[in-house]
Design a protein around this ligand. Structure first.
Ligand SMILES: Cc1ncc(COP(=O)(O)O)c(C=O)c1O
Length: 419
């Protein structure tokens, strides 16, 4: 959490995105940080090198006021350090760690905080890559994943924990909203359950905030311990970089940073540089995307070829997720799913007719994207499970970019004629 050690941090986050964590006098007055494409760094003395390693390898805590020196770019690098200082601002996190992909952030965090015999309780459904990691990879290391419904309250999460033995639960892992249905998971309820489960050891609540963060949802404010991002999405925002971020208190993120050194999953300097460029426009991009999404969602809701639209901005009092949305989210985001009055051929005709929307997976970028979850992002999910999650052949997922909303609506109107 921010303290008086951070005198600059009273400014608005969007202001801090322009320069926080970097001073031009460090680099010949360059207004932007140069790219430090250096693999290794020269120590001023052997004693300084020794001290840097002691801290970097977690052999001792950093002394008050002690600068952590640069060693080698698998451990630390100026571009990565500037990024980590800046990216923690939106979520008001004490510490950040940057990775070469969202999956690197997720796998390094889970393999830091889980041990053989442990169970990770997780909301369902999860992003396909995370689902594969938990269901197929972690069991090779003696770690089991057990799912709970995305709408579970604390009591139901604890019931699941009782079934497998509370003492085995080492983490509660959450993805909210769920992809591709936009169903919400109650982070505060997960935090309540985790407190009950933290009798012998702390059971952290870890939230993948890729879909709404960092503008429209701040999990740390609702009791989460660690926030994860595929920075490939909104944080990067231009479909030109793959990256990941983990955020939280120092006692949870510092061990992740040490493990990152040995898995070698750290972000490279060019990745960090691109993200710093992207963070400057994060708020204006996300604000514009949210406005466009509202226009598009309203158009789709009233269209005869569309059976239903799932968009958080359409939640009304009395709808299942409405109260949770009011409590947990700061905006409806720019993701939506629509169920066409169509099967797979009709959905494909619609997708193939789109021109302004690009037919591609991923989300959160400046250009609008459309994809078919049943045959693309969720093709690995068993058919009966897809049915349960309403991932039908007529479902299309949209990510809204920064184009003029009228152009997006015209594109959709034309493509819907083909359904
Ligand atoms: C919600 C979510 N989490 C994590 C990831 C993985 O991120 P990356 O592709 O950057 O490894 C994705 C990718 O689509 C995602 O959508």
């Amino acid at each position: 959490m921010h303290t008086s050690l951070d005198p600059e941090l009273h400014l608005h986050p969007e202001t801090l995105m322009l320069g926080h964590g970097y001073r031009p006098e460090w680099s010949e007055g360059a207004i932007k940080p140069p790219l430090f494409q250096s693999s290794t760094f020269v120590f001023q003395s052997a004693a300084a090198g020794k001290a840097f390693f002691e801290v970097a390898y977690g052999h001792r805590a950093q002394a008050p006021g002690e600068a952590v020196g640069l060693i080698y770019s698998r451990l630390n690098n100026p571009n990565v350090e500037i990024l980590e200082e800046r990216v923690r601002v939106w979520d008001r996190a004490e510490r950040a760690a940057a990775f070469e992909s969202g999956m690197a952030a997720i796998s390094t965090t889970l393999l830091t905080h889980l041990r053989p015999g442990d169970v990770v309780l997780h909301s369902e459904p999860l992003y396909g890559g995370t689902d594969h990691l938990i269901r197929k990879v972690l069991p090779m290391f003696g770690i089991e994943g057990v799912g709970f419904d995305v709408d579970a309250d604390a009591a139901r999460i604890l019931q699941v924990a009782d079934r497998i033995g509370r003492h085995r639960v080492a983490m509660v892992y959450v993805e909210t909203p769920a992809n591709p249905t936009n169903a919400l998971c109650d982070i505060a309820a997960c935090a309540t359950a985790s407190r009950e489960l933290s009798t012998r050891r702390r059971v952290p609540v870890v939230v993948d905030n890729t879909y709404l963060g960092p503008l429209w949802q701040r999990p740390l404010d609702h009791g989460a311990d660690i926030v994860l991002y595929s920075a490939t999405k909104y944080l990067g925002g231009h479909s030109d970089v793959i990256a990941g971020i983990a955020l939280g208190a120092a006692d949870l993120i510092d061990p992740v940073r040490v493990m990152r050194t040995f898995y070698g999953s750290v972000a490279g300097p060019w990745t960090a540089w691109l993200l710093l460029r992207s963070l400057e426009t994060l708020k204006v991009r996300m604000d514009a995307q949210a406005v466009g999404a509202g226009v598009v969602a309203d158009f789709l809701r009233d269209h005869a070829k569309v059976a239903a639209v799932s968009y958080l901005g359409h939640l009304r009092p009395g709808d299942g997720d409405h109260d949770l949305y009011q409590r947990q989210c700061l905006g409806p985001g720019a993701m939506m799913s629509l169920w066409l009055h169509a099967d797979e051929p009709g959905a494909f005709r619609f997708l193939d007719a789109l021109r302004t929307f690009r037919l591609a997976v991923s989300l959160g970028s400046t250009e609008s994207l459309a994809q078919h979850p049943a045959t693309m992002t969720h093709c690995d999910v068993p058919a009966d499970e897809r049915r349960r999650l309403r991932v039908t052949d007529g479902l299309v997922r949209l990510s809204i970019g920064v184009e003029h909303p009228d152009d997006l609506v015209s594109d959709l109107a034309r493509a819907l004629d083909e359904v």
